[in-house]
Design a protein around this ligand. Structure first.
Ligand code: SF4
Ligand code: SF4
Length: 197
């Protein structure tokens, strides 16, 4: 597999500009031949939110990617399995579902399909206490509650006495790291920590 990584800066979310940048990136990275193949585009839809919050892949980037792949002859599917994923989930608030409708790409409901990924390599399991996990920097916490709301395992609570002091119930945590992604205050690091909470 090609391991070249190329990054380009865009001035604004403008379809043609991003399309051209994707095209340039594809060429530099010697992207694979996709003509006649099914390609799944997996945008980041952490939670189906307004693109202005900048926590999801912008719908214009998704549209440019879909159109680029379609121009190469690919059949494009789009989907993600966000932290909060109900049976009726569609990326509607983010505008990604509408992009699928506009471009003719197929929205994939991950709750209805099962994917099996075979690998010859075995996984090395670390004892849980040595795993990377959310570690809170209480001094930065503003008490916005975003991490508590997004946590799919209900593993985070606010301290009943101390203001802006979140607590983790470690054995509930599934290490999805969504809490760290939504925290706008740099109050959640993801690292190894052996002792304490
Ligand atoms: S998201 Fe960050 S700032 Fe908000 S409550 Fe959680 S740790 Fe505190
Ligand atoms: S990493 Fe753990 S605490 Fe953070 S959102 Fe995921 S399950 Fe909840």
């Amino acid at each position: 597999m090609n391991s070249i990584v190329t990054v380009r800066k865009c001035r604004e979310y403008e379809l043609h500009e991003i399309y051209n940048l994707i095209s340039e990136i594809y060429e530099i990275c010697q992207g694979p031949e996709v003509g006649g193949k099914k390609v799944l585009v997996k945008p980041n839809i952490l939670t189906d939110s307004d693109p202005a919050k900048a926590i999801i892949t912008h719908p214009v980037v998704v549209e440019a990617m879909i159109r680029f792949l379609q121009s190469k002859g690919a059949v494009v599917l789009v989907g993600d399995s966000p932290a909060i994923h109900t049976r009726v989930f569609k990326g509607e608030k983010s505008g990604i579902y509408q992009v699928c409708q506009k471009t003719g790409a197929t929205w994939v409901d991950f709750t209805k399909k099962h994917a099996e990924i075979k690998s010859g390599k075995s996984r090395i399991k670390f004892p849980r206490k040595f795993e990377r996990r959310p570690v809170f920097n209480h001094r930065n916490c503003t008490g916005c509650l975003e991490c508590i709301e997004i946590c799919p395992e209900k593993a985070i609570i606010m301290h009943h006495d101390k203001p802006n002091y979140v607590l983790l119930t470690d054995n509930k945590c599934s290490r999805c790291f969504c809490c760290s992604e939504v925290c706008q205050s740099n109050a959640i690091d993801i690292r190894r920590k052996s002792f304490g909470v």
